[in-house]
Design a protein around this ligand. Structure first.
Ligand code: SF4
Ligand code: SF4
Length: 92
């Protein structure tokens, strides 16, 4: 099983020239299920799901129907560099 998961959330607000959906990437092996990314997300885009990695940590997932501001805070707060946005999200 790949350790790289790609999840999508609708971009809100929409931004001209960028895709309709934000791609959120997760390295499942790096994640320790600390929930920092879940707690910092003002949009409630992320939640801890029921999928576990090999170390026994429950992984964050995009909540169905949730949107994403592409603020990048989840990526910035992750102590293990386990979650990040597609590079294009950071381009202005
Ligand atoms: S902050 Fe990082 S290590 Fe913690 S649950 Fe989120 S992705 Fe996993
Ligand atoms: S980029 Fe911002 S809005 Fe999107 S999931 Fe991460 S913290 Fe939430």
């Amino acid at each position: 099983m790949s350790n790289h998961i790609v999840m999508k959330a609708r971009r809100k607000p929409a931004k001209q020239g960028l895709p309709e959906f934000v791609e959120l990437h997760l390295n499942r092996d790096r994640c320790k299920g600390c929930r920092y990314c879940v707690e910092i997300c003002a949009r409630k885009t992320l939640a801890i799901g029921d999928e576990m990695n090999a170390k026994g940590h429950l992984l964050p997932m995009v909540v169905e129907g949730a949107d994403c501001a592409a603020c990048g805070l989840c990526a910035m707060i992750c102590p293990d560099f386990a979650i990040w946005l597609s590079t294009e999200e950071y381009e202005e």
